[in-house]
Ligand binder design. Structure first.
Ligand SMILES: [Zn+2]
Length: 391
């Protein structure tokens, strides 16, 4: 209830990010779906009680439908069946998001559903395991080791699935992780048995996470929409033996650390290959990358939200943190986003600049697709060389 109440007051008091009733309804439903998914995965008993946001979302959806003289959606299970269909088939009204999209695709929540659930900070905190990350943070801070924090993050991104032996061995890979040993164990849970086929687990060839088998147990799918879209030849995925006791990163950490983190590490590698000094997650994740170019320091936040309107609203809350200091800041969107939504940068920029918020795109703060950002870096390096030669 607190979430719904805070969201409402937010929408009424703050013109800059006022949300329409339709968006609030979607936010509630999406939040309920994600909470439910998390409960199911944790093996918590699912009874006839549906998550409160689902119930609230249903009630308010029906008010909208009643106003449009549409038949009411009878129950939460009915609502969840509707969520498998494009929004335009069940949600009346005008929205700033693509009405062809769905909240659920089979057993999985969609990227849109996840973004919608994260529109407010309290829900995100709840979902993003921020308490866990805070404990990692304070352990590293007590040890004055931002390096341990960065190593921990990198480790989770690179190793979402591990055998018990690998998990125990991890401190040898990164000695700085010694102080985080207990938290590292906590970050992982046993692989779910219903993902196992013939004593084996199949990992996603793209992101390395466990894949869910279909009902007939003949095909496997990753929880990430983007991975599912990639065509991969059979035989490319890692298969691990259940005998080896398989551990999988917890859902919240997968969603908020691994998936975005993959694009962050890829960008790091591309910049390192150009010979640039890169600091990852400086000052305990103030932002994602801090890089040195000739004559200027650049802060980068890699953002991978499906919806540019929702992201533009979200970034207004805190902007790019001022410390550690930077001269220019970039919001960088992964290349995959460009293929999916070529108009993304323009939509994000326009929305930011039309809101009365903290973030204006254009001068000190910019927005670019990954490849365009790397091109900007390359040309800054070339110019730097020319100036150095002229001296
Ligand atoms: Zn995947």
């Amino acid at each position: 209830m607190a979430q719904a109440a805070s969201l409402l007051s937010h929408s009424h008091n703050d013109d800059s990010s006022a949300l329409s009733e339709e968006m609030i309804v979607l936010h509630l439903i999406a939040t309920g779906i994600i909470r439910r998914e998390t409960r199911i995965e944790l093996g918590q008993e699912i009874d006839g009680n549906y998550e409160l946001p689902l119930q609230l979302g249903l009630d308010r959806l029906n008010v909208l439908r009643y106003q449009q003289t549409l038949p009411l959606v009878k129950s939460v299970p009915d609502l969840l069946a509707h969520c498998q269909k494009p929004l335009r088939e069940w949600l009346p009204g005008k929205l700033m998001i693509d009405l062809a999209e769905q909240l659920l695709a089979g057993a999985f929540s969609t990227q849109l559903c996840q973004d919608l659930a994260c529109m407010t900070n309290d829900v995100e905190a709840d979902l993003s395991e921020s308490h866990f990350i805070e404990r990692v943070f304070s352990t590293c801070q007590a040890a004055s080791s931002p390096q341990a924090y960065a190593d921990f993050r990198r480790f989770l991104i690179e190793k979402p699935v591990m055998t018990a032996f690998e998990l125990l061995q991890c401190a040898n890979t990164y000695p700085s992780l010694d102080i985080l040993r207990d938290l590292l164990m906590e970050a992982y849970t046993n692989a779910p048995f219903d993902y196992m086929v013939d004593g084996k687990f199949h990992c996603c060839p793209t992101c390395g996470n466990l894949q869910q088998p279909n009902y007939e147990r003949t095909r496997f799918a990753c929880e990430s929409e983007r991975c599912r879209r990639q065509s991969v030849k059979a035989g490319q995925s890692r298969i691990v033996n259940a005998h080896d006791q398989i551990y999988w990163l917890r859902r919240g950490l997968r969603r908020f650390v691994v998936y975005p983190g993959r694009a962050e590490l890829r960008l790091e590698k591309r910049l390192l290959d150009l010979g640039i000094k890169v600091e990852m997650w400086p000052e305990f994740d103030s932002y994602d990358l801090r890089i040195q170019l000739p004559g200027k320091t650049i802060a980068v936040d890699v953002k991978d939200w499906a919806n540019p309107f929702l992201l533009a609203n979200k970034v207004q809350e805190k902007g790019v943190p001022a410390l550690p200091v930077w001269d220019e800041a970039y919001y960088v969107f992964p290349n995959e986003r460009k293929h999916e939504q070529p108009d993304y940068v323009r939509a994000f920029t326009n929305t930011c600049n039309n809101l009365n918020g903290k973030v204006k795109i254009g001068k000190k703060v910019k927005a670019a697709f990954e490849n365009d950002f790397v091109r900007m870096v390359q040309s800054a390096l070339r110019e730097g060389k020319i100036i150095a030669n002229e001296r």
